[in-house]
Design a binder for this molecule. Sequence first.
Ligand code: ADP
Ligand code: MG
Length: 232
Amino acid sequence: MLDAQNVSKAFGRFRAVADADFAVDQGEIIGLIGPNGAGKSTLFNCLAGDMVPNAGRIIFDGADVTRASAEAHARVGIGRTFQVPTTFEDMSVLDNVMVGAFLRHPHRDDAREQARRIVELTGLKPDQRARSLGTPGRKRLEIARVLATDPRLLLLDESLAGLTPGELQDAIALVRRLHEMGITIVIVEHIMEVIMTLTKRVVVFNQGHVIASGTPEEVVADERVIEAYLGR
Ligand code: ADP
Ligand code: MG
């Protein structure tokens, strides 16, 4: 479904993503882990069209999307959440989700219908102001806004961080549901419980590229992974 080949993204002389190869098969749910600063969010920025890589190619469904805009990425079905939620504070939950829904539904009534469906699916209250939401609500709204664009590939950037154990179980159930609905998912998450419960394959990033991949059990026992986290 997605094939990122030799992707690099530099800020000045520093390569945050360095010759990264990263592929996703349709139907997978993959964990993308790695220490802070490993380049995970920057990779997502490249995969979702929020940044253009300095080198490499990104192929989605056989088409080269390396230099396509974020909107073009959303149109072909690549959706991503941001690590720091980007909600419109003075708008209701429903209106926030409608912003995403307009991508597929130019008519207001259709967009509202789509947004209502997604708000219900994600367990939010449609009329609540975004600014009055707590952390779990904000994370959910961020997911809802992306879902409204009908993604086939969903990139979740620490969307389950900062939740209480109870909220975390609800969020895990939501992600599982989305996967069962047929959405292919890449999930960046520090909480190993999330990775262990949700994914069959984990890719480990360090210093801008993949250093290991395998089942969750394989990667946590991998010497290179342990060293990367200990910073040696
Ligand atoms: P991760 O998500 O794995 O924690 P990031 O992709 O956010 O890592 O960051 C990788 C590295 O790139 C970090 O050293 C970070 O400081 C740097 N970086 C990320 N975004 C920018 C930016 N817009 N400008 C400059 N440096 C950045
Ligand atoms: Mg990050």
